[in-house]
Design a protein around this ligand. Structure first.
Ligand code: F0G
Length: 463
């Protein structure tokens, strides 16, 4: 095992800062109850002198660790010591330069990029985190793993558990998760508990059950999971030839991603591997907007780790009194009690970031636009593009800035949302199927009557 003086867990509360060794499977500080970080004494670890050194690993893709989009950067999450990291090929994702979408939403050519995490083995960014969490679980002999989920965590957990020979328990709100995701959990053999409640209820129950039964919890309160998700930012930088973009725009649900991104950039900056941190814009769905309200309306800040706990408590007390429940088409981020709230505040502070909310209609339209230009994502992911549209309209982001939107999950995760938009709704980009008789003349008439596509854009790498 790694030397506990070099790699350890630490409470994020600066007034507590309790430390724990890696073998302690904890999801909160036992002294003050706040979140834990994985911390490294970098001076005693071998870290590459420059980020471009990682590129050498493209030449040895026969080695599964070099092929993994997480473990290719293993010196930046070196908690595994001499253990074998778990990998099933996560992180083979690409950063797409999306000029057509850019033109559509008013960004200059060459300035908008989509980080397409739907290419992961289970179809979402969660696999980055699971590779790290399962590595830790296996290091300490876990046999049963558990999570609460709006769908993607459960799909990813189920897949990794199947490959690692562990029993998986997933807690989902009955009727709350998209069928693509539910089908994955069932097919990969996870035991699925459909709880009569929403995600926030499932999250509370799974934490209680984990404590009682000694299950290994892989929700993003698990600090090892967030270590894996840092790699999404390493790959973004790699795709931009190690240049820092101006903005990272990311949907916010339980706030694991934004927290991990903030930690990744803070560490890189402290290591002298980057000279500035991009601004992080976290986008809430308007129907699940706790972070937006707390930060943008109530002025909650990280404040050097001394967060105004009374403000948070009062906010949640009001939410409870009003019986306010999260509700949005973006079911993946239908979360009102984000567990990583404080770490997300830290990420916002480190990156001079901000939070916006977007209504469901804007999410649906942004999703259709992402799909129309040949990418595709699930509703929660499109919140990033809807958020970018809003920030452009506000003049906060200018058309010439370099922006990366994170597309967190695959289009096929939620076919119901997609089909409803095109078949049942009359929106700007609805693409209704055309009903035609089984008759060649009628078919020819239907085809002849439709407009030819605009050929101004196209794939340029074949020219
Ligand atoms: N996008 C997708 C597709 C997600 O599945 C999630 C979270 C998010 C964005 C939000 O990310 O929690 O890091 O802020 N899904 C979790 C789940 C909650 O259970 O699958 P976050």
């Amino acid at each position: 095992m790694a030397d506990p003086n070099v790699v350890f867990q630490q409470c994020i509360n600066p007034d507590c800062a309790a430390t724990y060794d890696l073998g302690q499977t904890l999801y909160a500080c036992t002294r003050c109850g706040q979140l834990l970080d994985i911390r490294y004494d970098w001076a005693r670890l071998a870290v590459p002198k420059k980020l471009s050194d990682f590129q050498a690993r493209w030449a040895s893709r026969g080695n599964p660790l070099d092929r993994s989009g997480v473990w290719r950067f293993r010196e930046l999450l070196p908690f595994f010591g001499s253990a074998d990291p778990v990998t099933i090929g996560e992180g083979q994702t690409t950063l797409q330069q999306a000029d057509e979408l850019a033109a559509f939403i008013g960004v200059k050519p060459g300035r908008l990029f989509l980080q397409y995490e739907g290419f992961n083995p289970s179809g979402s960014f969660k696999d980055n985190g699971m590779a790290a969490a399962f590595t830790h679980a296996r290091m300490f002999g876990a046999r049963q793993v558990a999570c609460a989920s709006t769908g993607n965590t459960s799909a990813s957990l189920a897949l990794y558990a199947a490959r690692c020979g562990m029993r998986a328990w997933v807690f989902i709100g009955a009727g709350r998760i998209a069928f693509g995701k539910l089908s994955q959990a069932l097919e990969y053999g996870a035991k699925t508990l459909q709880i009569d409640g929403d995600f926030d209820a499932c999250m509370a129950r799974v934490q209680e059950a984990t404590k009682r039964l000694g299950l290994y919890l892989v929700n993003s309160v698990n600090p090892f999971r967030l270590e894996g998700q840092k790699a999404i930012m390493y790959r973004v930088l790699e795709s931009l030839s190690w240049q820092t973009p101006d903005w990272i725009v990311v949907p916010g649900g339980n706030l694991g991603n934004s927290s991990a991104f903030g930690k990744a950039f803070l560490e890189l900056k402290n290591l002298g591997l980057i000279d500035r941190i991009p601004r992080i814009a976290i986008i809430n769905a308007a129907g699940a907007n706790t972070l937006y309200r707390l930060v943008e309306q109530e002025g909650l800040r990280w404040n050097g780790g001394r967060v105004d706990a009374a403000k948070i408590d009062a906010f949640f007390a009001r939410m409870k009194a009003e019986n306010r429940k999260a509700s949005t088409i973006a079911s993946a981020i239908e979360i009102n009690v984000p567990v990583n709230l404080r770490k997300a505040l830290r990420a916002l502070d480190a990156s001079n970031g901000l939070v916006r909310e977007v209504p469901d209609e804007a999410i649906r339209d942004a999703k259709a636009a992402v799909g129309k230009f040949g990418y595709g994502c699930e509703p929660a992911s499109a919140a990033s593009v809807a958020g970018l549209r809003r920030l452009l309209a506000e003049g906060v982001i200018s058309p010439g800035e370099r922006v990366v939107c994170i597309l967190t999950g695959h289009l096929l995760k939620d076919p119901t949302a997609t089909v409803d938009y095109h078949v049942k709704m009359d929106r700007e980009l609805s693409n209704k199927p055309i009903a035609v008789a089984d008759d060649i003349e009628a078919i020819v008439a239907a085809i002849s009557g439709s407009e030819a596509p605009n050929s101004e854009f196209g794939i340029r790498n074949s020219e």
